[in-house]
Design a protein around this ligand. Structure first.
Ligand code: FAD
Length: 406
């Protein structure tokens, strides 16, 4: 029997690749190795519906129960290591899995808090289903003083969920404006106002000196210079690092992630990489881009499967992400490296949080974000993809049909 196609990583990129291999007619064995005890799952609901309790596990798992068995995908649990020369993945229980083709989809890991007291009890990062179960349990009583370090997308979603249960929430971050690194000051302030209306307190422009720790080993506060912000729970939202542990031992080419071309091929012929761990050459941008988003895991999983089968699909999707906080839902499509410093054009109203924001560079839309305005993402993507020359006044005018601009 031929060696299996092996996928390491039970996240969305790995799950999507398994499905795509079957969709494309691959009928050989597929083995999917996951470090966590669960069948493959996706993370976005963890900080949203699953954490708030409005959604259950069905929204979390990548496939319905039994899908893997029905599609002859063997699930294994364990941390994989790689012996590249032998074409073998070695598991932590001592077993070995040979591979004909290998997908590395090991995702990313939260940056730990490298500060005095950073390893105290009740200082938590957030990435996994176990993290979500534990945090839900901690927040449910609604009587915790939660301090959130960092003001990125996931941190702000956690702040919203924590407030939803009635906990006190303080966001402490280095920048002046939450989310500014992703969407700029104007839109970041719109989010800040939404959080403040729900009672979140912001302490921006702050450097955390240490975590104060009580006699029982649990965090009691966050030290900012001479002042301590009291806390029973400190959530660390300082971003993630690509999990390249496996790739390092294999000697693959790395640079802030596993270096891959537009077909997600690594520096080793039978190995591809996809999802958060892959730093891929983007054929439209003509530069490398490592995306940490749901849509990239799906698109990358599909391209990885194509390449494993000798196909020529390339990862040229426009990066896309979404976020839900309170009643503010948004979708963002675009190229962050081009949006940085581009002119912002707003169609709609920041005060009511119903708008489409466009980032315009050289008279062309390079990114767009719809907030509580739906069914426009396709038009936004078309403006970007087709490099349509736009008139700013018409772009900003909600009475002008977006489709007429494309
Ligand atoms: P992962 O989902 O990280 O999966 C990788 C898996 O590989 C992990 O389970 C890991 O344990 C396993 N692994 C690592 N090393 C080994 C090894 N040696 N052996 C075996 N297994 C291994 N994106 C959006 O666009 N919108 C959102 O709203 C959004 N919300 C998010 C909310 C949260 C809480 C988080 C954490 C992320 C969110 N994201 C969101 C980002 C999105 O979920 C990620 O981009 C996506 O999960 C990446 O998928 P992946 O398969 O590459 O990696």
């Amino acid at each position: 029997m031929s060696s299996p196609f092996v996928i390491v990583g039970g996240g969305l990129a790995g799950a999507t690749a398994a499905e795509e291999l079957r969709t494309r007619g691959h009928d050989g064995p597929i083995e999917l190795i996951a470090a966590e005890e669960f069948r493959p799952y996706q993370r976005p609901p963890l900080s949203k519906e699953y954490l708030t309790g409005s959604g259950g596990l069905d929204d979390v798992f990548a496939h319905p129960d039994g899908w893997e068995a029905e599609h002859d995908v063997t699930l294994r649990t364990g941390v994989a290591a790689l012996r590249i020369g032998d074409h073998v993945v070695a598991l932590s229980d001592g077993s070995e899995v040979p591979f004909a083709k290998l997908l590395i989809a090991t995702g990313a890991q939260p940056r730990p808090l490298d500060l005095p007291g950073g390893d105290a009890r009740e200082v938590r990062t957030f990435r996994t289903l176990d993290d979500a179960d534990a945090l839900r349990g901690a927040l449910q009583g609604g009587d915790r003083r939660v301090v959130l370090l960092g003001s990125g997308w996931i941190g702000m979603e956690l702040a919203a969920a924590a407030r939803g249960y009635g906990n006190d929430v303080t966001v402490v971050a280095r920048g002046r404006v939450p989310l500014a690194a992703a969407i700029g000051d104007e839109l970041g302030l719109m989010y800040r106002r939404a959080h403040e209306e729900h009672g979140v307190v912001f302490r921006m422009d702050q450097d955390v000196a240490a975590i104060e720790v009580g006699d029982d080993g649990a965090a009691t506060g966050v030290r900012l210079g001479d002042e301590v912000v009291p806390a029973d729970l400190v959530l660390v939202g300082h971003g993630v690092e690509p999990d390249t542990t496996l790739a390092v031992t294999a000697g693959l080419d790395l640079d802030h992630g596993i270096l891959v071309d537009e077909r997600l091929q690594t520096s080793s012929p039978d190995i591809v990489a996809a999802g958060d761990v892959a730093n891929a050459f983007h054929p439209v941008l003509r530069q490398r881009l490592r995306s940490e988003h749901w849509a990239n895991a799906i698109a990358g999983g599909k391209v990885a499967a194509s390449t494993m089968l000798g196909g020529d699909a390339v990862l040229d999707a426009i990066p896309y992400l979404y976020s839900d906080q309170y009643d503010v839902g948004m979708e963002y499509s675009g190229y962050p490296p081009l949006a940085d410093g581009a002119e912002l054009v707003i169609r709609g109203d920041l005060a009511t949080r119903e708008l489409v924001a466009f980032w315009v560079r050289d008279d062309r839309v390079v990114a767009g974000m719809n907030v509580n305005v739906w069914d426009v993402n396709e038009q936004v993507q078309r403006l970007i993809r087709d490099r349509v020359v736009v008139d700013r006044a018409r772009l900003a005018d909600p009475s002008v049909d977006l489709a007429s601009l494309t």
